[in-house]
Design a binder for this molecule. Structure first.
Ligand SMILES: C[C@H](O)[C@H](O)[C@H]1CNC2=NC(N)=NC(=O)C2=N1
Length: 102
């Protein structure tokens, strides 16, 4: 089945299960906060592995103690799809192991 952009209600239903994530300008995103830089970089490295496994890649911004994840699906013209939520759920599962909060 081909991936399709999610409708607004479908996005709202999925966001309700993912506290901290939001959609603006057709981008699904979340910022995680850490106690320090190595922890933040550790999440980036794990997310890179997850993204290659899934074949779906977010834009990751690494700051001193923050990581911002931003993703949409290029193949449907830059809209939010189930692929983006699938990646977000995997990142949510990984983040606590790196000490993410915020
Ligand atoms: C061939 C490869 O799987 C595609 O180019 C993938 C790679 N990663 C991707 N990542 C994102 N965010 N959107 C895509 O449409 C996309 N396409």
């Amino acid at each position: 089945m081909a991936v399709e952009p999610l409708a607004r209600e479908e996005i709202e239903e999925r966001l309700a299960q993912l506290p901290g994530w939001s959609v603006a300008d057709d981008q699904l995103s979340r910022t995680y906060v850490f106690d320090g830089h190595p922890q933040a970089a550790g999440l980036v490295a794990e997310v890179a592995r997850i993204q290659d496994e899934l074949g779906h890649h977010s834009d990751l911004t690494l700051g001193y103690n923050k990581v911002t994840v931003t993703v949409n699906t290029h193949s449907v013209g830059g809209k939010v799809t189930e692929l983006d939520f699938g990646l977000a759920r995997r990142i949510e599962a990984a983040a606590p192991g790196h000490g993410a909060h915020g």
